[in-house]
Design a binder for this molecule. Structure first.
Ligand code: P1T
Length: 383
């Protein structure tokens, strides 16, 4: 419903029609594991068992598909569950070109789970197009990237990567968790699959762990659904309800996240305790032009390097009061963390060093509190 409308309208209406039984405007939480059949194998609209299909999940999946401009959405019990589903498209011997900076858990899934099953991968700095081209082999079936990357906030040119992947017959999957469809539409830029940790901005309130995949090709959607149903990492109807409730406000939340982050980033850039600020909206960001080309705004994430290294980082992180020291991101409340010790602890130190993920690096997820309070909190913690 309303899939052809503008983004804000899709946030609120896509995938949702009044409930057929009562006219309820809000999609009910269908807490049912199974559905009564008229005769063996005779059931309504594909509803035979809730791992395969559930009306609350269907509404969320249709909503997410409309937000990303795809034809099919699939939702999962975690972001890693959605990545796992894509990797199950591959067979032993296949090769993946992976961007060198990804969430620590994504790296661990490739390295510790799928590599054992015979799937190889090469990590490459995808801002370097020649190096990326050289990373392909005749076995490359998939290109996987995040942009902005977690946590060094590199911006990767999605259209250029799509062209490169397709020239080699590989699929391109973009993890759009940091930007969200409010700011960036990978499918329109040529990606085949969009992946999300809906735990972050899409969920937006730090109360649900979830994931999603969106595609623009029905046949690929069927293959992924087969994997999802066979492996079984599906979300509960309650989690789907909460996520669907949140996507209704995604457009307004993202606007405020971006406004606040831009102000916080400007402030920190002039702070003597900060050695360097990485924010895609700054003209000093090495891929600022790419960000301007493919994003409608620069997001709510900021990465900083503290002048005083690990000790200074720890002192700051212990002192914040509006920002909370915690893993995760993208909620209404501001979070701050130390990736080397926390979210990226599963990436070996030598691999972290290669991408500048040092002990001085601190990652901020700027929430939608009053920005003056956010800045005062950071100043007090850095004093
Ligand atoms: O935590 P989960 O919902 O399973 O999602 C994994 C994931 C996937 N992709 C990106 C870009 C992510 O950032 C994450 C999870 N990240 C954090 C928990 C974090 O604090 O960075």
């Amino acid at each position: 419903m309303h899939n052809d409308k503008r983004f804000a309208t899709r946030c609120i209406h896509a995938g949702q029609s009044p409930d057929p039984t009562t006219g309820a405007i809000t999609t009910p939480i269908y807490l049912t594991s199974t559905y009564v059949q008229r005769s063996p194998g005779e059931f309504k609209d594909g509803y035979d068992y809730s791992r395969s299909k559930n009306p609350t999940r269907q509404a969320l999946e249709d909503n997410l598909a409309a937000l990303e401009g795809g034809v099919r959405g699939l939702s999962f019990s975690s972001g890693l569950g959605s990545i796992d589903c894509v990797l199950h498209l591959l067979s032993s011997g296949d090769h993946v070109v992976l961007c060198d900076d990804v969430y620590g858990g994504t790296f661990r899934l490739f390295k510790r789970v799928f590599e054992q099953l015979g799937i190889t991968f090469s990590r490459v700095d995808m801002t370097d197009h020649d190096a990326t081209r050289a990373a392909f082999t005749d076995k490359t079936k998939l290109v996987w990237l995040e942009t902005p990357t977690n946590p060094t906030l590199k911006i990767i040119d999605i259209a250029a990567m799509a062209e490169m992947a397709h020239a080699k017959g590989a699929l391109l999957c973009v993890d759009n968790t940091f930007a969200t469809p409010a700011l960036q539409n990978p499918l329109a830029l040529g990606a085949d699959i969009v992946s999300h940790s809906t735990t972050k901005y899409l969920g937006g309130h730090a109360d649900v762990v979830g994931g999603a995949l969106i595609v623009k090709d029905e046949e690929l959607g069927d293959k992924l659904w087969f994997n999802q149903n066979s492996v079984g990492a599906v979300p509960s109807p309650m989690d789907c309800f909460l996520t669907l409730r949140s996507t209704k406000t995604l457009h307004v939340r993202m606007q405020r996240h971006c406004e606040n982050a831009a102000k916080v980033a400007d402030h920190l850039a002039n702070h003597k305790a900060i050695e360097k600020v990485v924010y895609p909206g700054h003209t000093t960001h090495p891929q600022h032009e790419v960000a301007k080309k493919q994003m409608s705004d620069f997001g709510g994430m900021i990465t900083v390097y503290l002048a005083g290294g690990l000790d200074a980082a720890k002192r700051m992180l212990e002192r914040v009061q509006i920002f909370s020291l915690a893993e995760s991101l993208g909620g209404v409340e501001s979070l701050i963390e130390h990736p080397a010790i926390m979210t990226h602890g599963s990436v070996p130190p030598e691999e972290r060093a290669k991408i500048g993920l040092t002990d001085a690096l601190v990652r901020l997820s700027v929430g939608i509190e009053d920005v003056a309070d956010q800045i005062a909190d950071l100043d007090a913690a850095l004093a």
